[in-house]
Design a binder for this molecule. Structure first.
Ligand code: XBP
Ligand code: MG
Length: 253
């Protein structure tokens, strides 16, 4: 049987609930700076999350929800510069400690390191956003805990395509069956399962009705000693919070 060697984390929605109070807010600030009257409220943002990638999401918004918008110059350039401003706002938001890591994330990452397993990140978001989240929650030195931080435009086809996980595997030098992924969304699971990596889901409000077929197990969160997690579907865990022994069990099944 193949042994579990590495754990790969998705970022948005998995490490932290960044979408509603982080990315969405940053998009709206960038729109307002640019003199646009666009407002992505919580409900609309939930629909826009169907498309991964901030630049791709803006394009999707224009094609599906704001067809009347006329861009004076090149639309691709316009979106890219709007998105660059959004990234600045997002990083500033994280610097004010606006977003914490989800329950159990710090605990499990520490245990993964103590038990000698490797860590990596595979995300659609922009690299600067990952740096900001990790630095402002775990500390700058934590960036070195991850053998690979695969992010953003490093692959042209974003999730649900498997490319970002394929790229990550290549960088860390493990086979898909030696790894386990944590994801929060259907697009994420399609991507990780497309790369043949066993996947555990910790869902959130935006993804609670997603189709997670293919995932090994679906939980509400990772749990803490004083905050039990719930298995929503799939394989059970041994106690009330996810441990490395659970990961080994889930991986072996
Ligand atoms: C989530 C995404 C990203 C973020 C926004 O990525 O799809 O697009 O919503 O970040 P994941 P950017 O769940 O894979 O971490 O604006 O930088 O794309
Ligand atoms: Mg995600």
């Amino acid at each position: 049987m193949t042994q579990l060697k590495a754990v790969i984390f998705d970022v948005d929605g998995t490490l932290a609930e960044t979408e509603r109070d982080g990315h969405r807010v940053a998009f709206n600030l960038a729109f307002s700076d640019a003199g646009l009257d666009w407002n992505w409220d919580e409900e609309l943002y939930g629909k826009l999350l169907a498309v991964t990638g901030g630049k791709e999401r803006i394009r999707y918004f224009l094609s599906e929800f704001n067809q009347g918008f006329q861009c004076d110059g090149d639309l691709g350039q316009f979106i890219a510069s709007l998105h660059a401003e959004k990234t600045k706002h997002y990083v500033t938001l994280l610097e004010s400690n606006a977003i914490a890591l989800r329950p159990g994330v710090v605990r499990l990452i520490n245990e993964i390191r103590e038990r000698g397993l490797r860590l990596a990140i595979a995300t659609t978001t922009t690299p600067a956003n990952v740096t900001a989240l990790v630095t402002n929650t775990l500390g700058a030195e934590a960036l070195n805990w991850f053998d690979c931080i695969a992010a953003g435009d490093i692959v042209p086809a974003k999730k649900p395509a498997p490319d970002i996980f394929d790229y990550c595997l290549e960088q860390i030098g493990f086979n898909a069956d030696e790894c386990l992924v944590f994801e929060d969304s259907a697009n994420g699971v399609l991507s990780s399962c497309g790369a043949n990596i066993p996947t555990v889901v910790t869902l959130n409000n935006y993804t609670k009705d997603d189709d997670f077929s293919g995932a090994v197990t679906v939980l509400d969160h990772l749990g803490e000693a004083d905050l039990a997690c719930t298995v929503i579907s799939g394989k059970k865990i041994s106690g009330s919070f996810v441990t490395v022994d659970d990961l080994k069990q889930l991986h072996a099944q």
